[in-house]
Structures are given as C-alpha cells and as structure tokens.
Design a protein around this ligand. Structure first.
Ligand SMILES: [Zn+2]
Length: 552
C-alpha cells in the first residue's frame, strides 16, 4: 500500500499533475466497460452542487458511484427513476439521535426521509460518561443499556449493533463538564479545566467532528465565554468545528457570544436551530452576515417548524433548575419552594396551558398541562410541578405551534449559510419510548423542506434545497467523499418524486413516515427500496478530522 502510494507520487512528479488529473477525469467520465452493481436509470440528477438538474444515469459498484452520464451501462440491477429526481443522500445537521439509534439502529424515521447521515452529540454526547455524569438519564434510558464510557466506545457499540444511516458526532462541552464536575454552579478549578480539556482532546482523537455546547442548558451554561473560547481552541487544534445551542437573551447577546467564541478560538461555527431567531429578530441574520463578511466562518441550521421539544424542567425559573435531577425534585417537593415557583410561572397567566407533555408516563404523555390540571382541579402550572416531582425532574414538552410564524421561519432558508437540522431523534413508528411522544420533526423535518418550503411556498429552488441538504452539510463536516453525485464518491443516494414527496407527521400523530421517497442508498446499499424500508444497516461511523486510528 505504502509502496503503491510512493509510486503514484513519483508518477505525478514525473508526468506532471495536470496531465494525470485530466486523464483521471476522462477515465471517470467514461462509461464502465464491465457490469456495474446497480444502475439508476432515467432520472433527473440534482447533483448537490446547487447547479440545475440534468438527465443522467447513475452507476454504482460496491459503496461508490462509478459513473454519472447517459452512455449505455450494463448492470446487475436497474432502478427505473423515470419521472423522479436522483440526489445525494441528505445529512441531518442536528439530531440528538444517540438514544434513538442505540434503541433501534435502523433509523427509520430518518432514512424514510432520504437522510443518510445523522449528526449528533449536540450539548450532551454519548461519551465521555464518567463520574457524576454516569447517572445522566439521556443515555441510560431503558431499554438501552449503556455499555460504554467514551465516545469511541459508543461508536464501536453502534458499529457492532448495525445502523441504517451513517453517523457523525460532536463531543459535548456539557457532557464533559458533567463528567468532571457534575451539575454544580461554580467555576472549575485549573485542575478541573485541564481535565475537561483533556477529555475534549480524547473525544476529538476518538473521532468527534468538533465541540458542541448547550449554553442554553445546565450544567453547560455555567461556562463563561472565556472558558468556552479555551475549550473551542482544543477542538480547533484538531480541525474540528464548534456548534451551539446559544445562551438565551437578552437581545442578541447569545449571538454576540458565539461570534466572540468563533473569533477567539479561530473555529468554524454551526449555530443550532436559528429559524425562530431569524423569524423573530430582524437584526439576527444581518449580524451573522456582517461577521461572515469579516471572515468569521459561521453557518447555521434550522428546522421547518415554529415550535420545539425540550425538557419540562427548562420551563422552571432558573434558580429552580439548579443541581441534578434529585436536587431539583427535592426542591419542588418543598411546599414553600413549590408556592414560589407556581407564582413565578403564573406571571404570564395561561402561558403553559396548551403545552403538551412528552413522557415515559402514559398518564401524561400527549396531554396538555391544562388537560392534566383539569383532572384534579389544579392550575396548569401546578400540574407542571406535580409532573416534575412524579417524574423525578425528567420529561419533555412541546409548546403550541404558531401558524402565523410559519412563512417567516420558512424564509430563513433563503440565506445560503442556513442548512437543515431537524433536532429530531431517529425512531421507528409505533413505539413508546422513555422520551414519550416525539416531535413531528423526527419523522418529517427533511421531507417538509421539500414539500412545504420548496413546493408549497417557493422559498428556494429544489436544487438549492438539495445543496443545503447534501454538499453544504458535507463540507461543513469535512466529509469530502460525500454530498455530491459524482463518480468516485460514496454512494449515498436518494430517488424521489419532487411533486409528491411529503411529510405526514403531525403534532397529533407524529410517528408517521414521509411519503414519496422511493429509494435511499447508504454506502451503495438500499435502506429504502420501492418506497419501503429494507431494515438494512449499511451505515458507518464517519470519524472527524482529529481521529487517531487505533483509538478505541
Ligand atoms: Zn438540539
């Protein structure tokens, strides 16, 4: 192998690079002489570059695209894509899918939407899981039994289990902090800071794509900006990127901090779920455009819904969220605290009545806080506190959607630096997990881009949507052999009808698969064939730029 490489280098020097490069190109452009494994014939290829679609066939052998063109090709198997488009596989830039894929590796809610790569580890990552973080429920939720303590160990677990889509993960600053110093609101000592940096280094060498931060969440939010710059520098030194759930207000302070971290650590940044921020604040996108014009490498992702899904305890006053789950639960049980919390929650009367619970507990799952309150004639705020006590501070909520804001959220995709992250975990339909009822974005986020943002609202062209879903995301993650329909690249490919592709998941019935996507290939293998999941698991762990082979 080494000898062959040396020989090739010598040839390049001898013959001159341009001549050889041209020869390689013409070779790639010629139709393969022998029989290929698979030919996708008769479709319109949207290659992921943003350029216009073209009539072409796509030939695949093994896990690679070997030819894109119109010459006749002999194939063992042919897919008729007449009337459909053929695109690179989609990348979900924000998924939190570690539980979902550990629970069911097929990733059905995602592959049925054409998603071939899941990015996860945003804020909490699957590793490291050490010290006080060992009890974090995010990864030890039954029926998943955690058998790993490092991110590398989690990667090995997934590879052994088998996964439908490829995966990429960040190492989470919140996860690392919890592993070293738990959930306490205090400054790390210099020794603790060294430990934290060491664990980030380890995560990068195990193959993390970069550092994630949940500055919106405890305990990550206890890091200040200067500390985050220090930590981001560690990821930057490995060629990683930084991604962030920004610190909440006032004003644009969260974005200002993000730009300061990007500048201070010289690190590319991907901001999570900016749809609401762009729709809600006319100064938000211009501030990003200004930073980009100054050379700061900032991109962002958005999901096409007006409301999210997150922890119920996140609704509590900040003082009441401090500590781990046991500390929060103990606080809520205290009558004086309870009265104070309910009073503070009622400052905007009725604010929470239409929020739905998502919970392992079927007594609550899918019901609004008002519906739960009505059972025992209490207020929705008291129902929220009772829920948290009963569930030991665990459980999630979905706020009421805001139809008036849908157009503005959809228009956030007009910015070329906005790509697509669903923020929804990969799940099969028809199961009740410890996370309770999912948000429809788990089953419909990417299909909704094609159906609603492109076809119904005409916010961006289909070519531009595909570019965001594929090459832009692949470039962000340094996945240089994916994201385009090109000979020589990995065969992550989607075939769908752009006139019928549709999300069917709703808030009331979220676990319904998208329709209109007929074929999805991951590394050349079908995970969706003739519009049905195949249950295949050809996905791989795509390790990041700092990966040191031989690291667990
Ligand atoms: Zn998220």
């Amino acid at each position: 192998m080494i000898a062959a490489r040396k020989l090739l280098a010598a040839m390049l020097l001898f013959a001159g690079v341009p001549v050889l490069a041209a020869a390689t190109l013409s070779l790639a452009a010629a139709a393969p002489a022998g029989e290929v494994d698979l030919l996708i014939r008769g479709g319109q290829v949207i290659d992921g570059s943003g350029g216009p679609r073209m009539q072409a066939d796509v030939a695949i052998t093994g896990d690679r695209i070997v030819y894109v063109g119109r010459a006749p090709v002999k194939a063992k198997k042919t897919i008729d894509a007449t009337g459909q488009v053929v695109t690179p596989g989609f990348i979900d830039m924000h998924s939190h899918s570690e539980f979902g894929l550990a629970f069911d590796g097929r990733g059905l809610s995602k592959v049925t939407q054409g998603i071939t790569t899941e990015l996860m580890g945003e804020h909490l990552s699957a590793g490291p899981v050490l010290g006080p973080a060992v009890d974090d429920p995010m990864m030890v939720t039954p029926p998943v039994k955690r058998t790993w303590t490092t991110l590398g160990g989690f990667f090995s677990y997934l590879e052994k289990k088998g996964i439908g889509p490829n995966v990429v993960s960040y190492v989470g600053a919140g996860q690392v902090r919890a592993s070293v110093m738990g959930y306490e609101d205090r400054q790390p000592t210099p020794a603790e800071m060294d430990k934290i940096k060491g664990l980030i280094r380890q995560g990068m060498e195990e193959g993390a794509a970069g550092l994630s931060a949940g500055l919106y969440y405890l305990p990550n939010s206890f890091f200040n900006t200067a500390q985050m710059i220090e930590l981001a520098k560690v990821a930057a030194s490995y060629g990683g990127i930084y991604t962030v759930h920004m610190r909440p207000g006032p004003g644009l302070s969260g974005l200002e901090e993000t730009i300061a971290i990007a500048k201070g650590a010289h690190i590319p940044v991907e901001i999570l779920h900016v749809g609401g921020s762009i729709a809600g604040n006319p100064d938000f996108a211009p501030m990003i455009e200004k930073a980009r014009a100054e050379g700061v490498d900032i991109t962002a992702n958005a999901y096409p819904y007006t409301i999210g899904w997150t922890y119920v305890r996140q609704l509590l006053p900040v003082w009441a969220q401090l500590g781990d789950a046991a500390a929060i639960t103990a606080r809520l049980k205290d009558p004086a605290n309870r009265a104070r919390i309910v009073k503070e929650l009622q400052q905007n009367p009725g604010q929470y009545k239409d929020y739905h619970f998502s919970s392992a507990n079927l007594k609550y799952d899918g019901y609004t806080m008002q519906q739960v309150a009505d059972r025992t004639h209490i207020s929705p705020e008291e129902a929220m506190v009772d829920f948290l006590v009963e569930q030991k501070a665990e459980g999630f909520h979905i706020g009421p959607p805001n139809p008036a804001r849908e157009q503005a959220v959809a228009e956030s995709y007009k910015y070329p630096w906005v790509d697509i992250g669903s923020d929804g975990i990969a799940l099969p339909a028809g199961v009740h997990t410890s996370f309770g009822r999912p948000h429809p974005r788990s089953f419909g986020g990417h299909a909704r881009i094609l159906a609603d943002v492109v076809r119904n609202r005409h916010v961006i062209s289909l070519e531009e949507a595909v570019r965001k879903l594929s090459s832009q995301a692949a470039n962000r993650l340094s996945l240089h052999d994916r994201g385009l329909i090109r000979a020589g690249l990995k065969a992550d490919v989607v075939v769908f009808n752009p006139d019928t592709v549709k999300d069917t998941a709703t808030y009331d019935h979220p676990d319904q698969y998208a329709t209109g996507i007929s074929w999805v290939l991951v590394n050349g293998k079908a995970v969706v064939a003739d519009s049905k999941p195949t249950n295949a698991t050809p996905g791989r762990v795509l390790r990041g730029p700092g990966y040191k082979p031989g690291t667990p």
